[in-house]
Ligand binder design. Structure first.
Ligand code: SF4
Length: 364
């Protein structure tokens, strides 16, 4: 696919998740029109891993779909936290990598999905950012991550968690608002076709201001998480190069616009790095921004990766930072990183896969 998510002519036919739901008739040629509705039910409401499980469909339709169901194959599947965290590295036909992480909790099952293969934003603390940009994912590839997780849950549920994906966060690989049309298209599939609640879906951004303003005008009003990571321009520009183009003041103004237009409370994401953005001065500046936006702050400690110079803070420094925010009257939550033993931060499975490939090449 090219950078616009368009498939080149030399790839095989689009898969079932890559055609519009209204175009699914191409897979049921020769059968009654109601078969299209049945197929859509399997794809969107009751996804299954293999077309052979689509028991209500005629055998020839199931056979046709054998190679045309998923827009990717599973390259790596990992599980941690007693099976409550699962991670997939999918591989598209053109070699693009797609990562998704599933996390089961008592009241929700959250899937973190990718919107791009790689990312052009080059944030200095992020494994994906160090790899650079491969291409945008198309609408079907984004939605199919949700469908695949639901199909996997059907075969292998997470004990004591909802047996379907209840929440989706666009916090995997890529900057969602840099792939605006395909991301909004996938929101339509989740909400209209798979019957998910808009309020259970969160789009994150590192500060693509025009996209934030455009998203505020969409009919489907999802949650917006703004990844700040620094509370002044000087520091933020060193961590998030996009800050040169859209400085902090513009990002905060766009977040305020989103909140005022949609009534949806913004969340601020803050990846803590030792002796970089974990001091009381940053906490105080962040608190002023959060109070002004009436935003909730989610703090996570960075996952160390071989490609970045930063390291996570000690538990004491993390606790002091969160305490400083709450002392300033801000609601702040420290989220434990799930699945540490399976490289669950975005981009890390890809590093593992690339490292294995390189090692394999060296050993040949
Ligand atoms: S943190 Fe997000 S926006 Fe920044 S490089 Fe990583 S994936 Fe891209």
């Amino acid at each position: 696919m090219d950078r616009a998510g368009k498939r080149p002519d030399n790839l095989t036919l689009p898969t079932a998740y890559q055609v519009e739901p209204s175009d699914l008739g191409r897979f049921t040629t020769g059968h009654a029109p109601y078969r299209v509705k049945q197929l859509a039910e399997w794809l969107y409401r009751h996804p299954v891993l293999h077309s052979s499980q689509m028991s209500s469909l005629p055998p020839d339709v199931r056979t046709t779909l054998e190679d045309q169901l998923w827009p990717f194959t599973v390259e790596i599947e990992q599980s941690a936290d007693s099976g409550r965290t699962r991670k997939w590295l999918f591989r598209a036909e053109d070699g693009a990598s797609i990562e998704a992480v599933l996390m089961g909790y008592a009241s929700r099952t959250t899937l973190c999905i990718s919107s791009q293969a790689g990312c052009a934003m080059a944030c200095t603390f992020c494994a994906t950012g160090q790899f650079g940009f491969e291409r945008h994912l198309d609408t079907g590839e984004i939605f199919a991550q949700v469908a695949y997780a639901n199909a996997a849950l059907r075969d292998n549920p997470i004990p004591d968690s909802p047996q379907r994906v209840t929440n989706v966060v666009f916090m995997g690989m890529g900057e969602p608002l840099a792939n605006y049309d395909n991301v909004v298209g996938s929101l339509g599939r989740m909400i209209d076709d798979a019957d998910m609640a808009a309020r259970a879906i969160t789009v994150s951004t590192v500060g693509v201001v025009p996209g934030m303003r455009r998203l505020a005008d969409e009919a489907r009003q999802v949650g917006l998480a703004v990844s700040l990571h620094a509370a002044d321009d000087e520091l933020r520009t060193t961590l998030v190069p996009l800050n040169k183009r859209y400085p902090l003041g513009d990002v905060v103004a766009a977040a305020r616009h989103y909140f005022e237009k949609t009534g949806r409370r913004i969340s601020i994401e803050w990846t803590l790095m030792s002796h970089v953005n974990d001091d009381t001065e940053q906490a105080s500046k962040l608190a002023a921004i959060a109070r002004n936006l009436k935003a909730h702050v989610n703090v996570i400690a960075m996952n160390p990766t071989p490609l970045t110079p930063h390291t996570p803070p000690t538990p004491d420094r993390i606790a002091s930072f969160v305490e400083a925010l709450t002392d300033h009257g801000v609601q702040a939550t420290f989220r434990e990183t799930r699945g540490k033993e399976i490289d669950a931060a975005c981009g890390q499975l890809r590093i593992r896969s690339a490292a294995n490939t390189e090692q394999g090449a060296r050993e040949q």
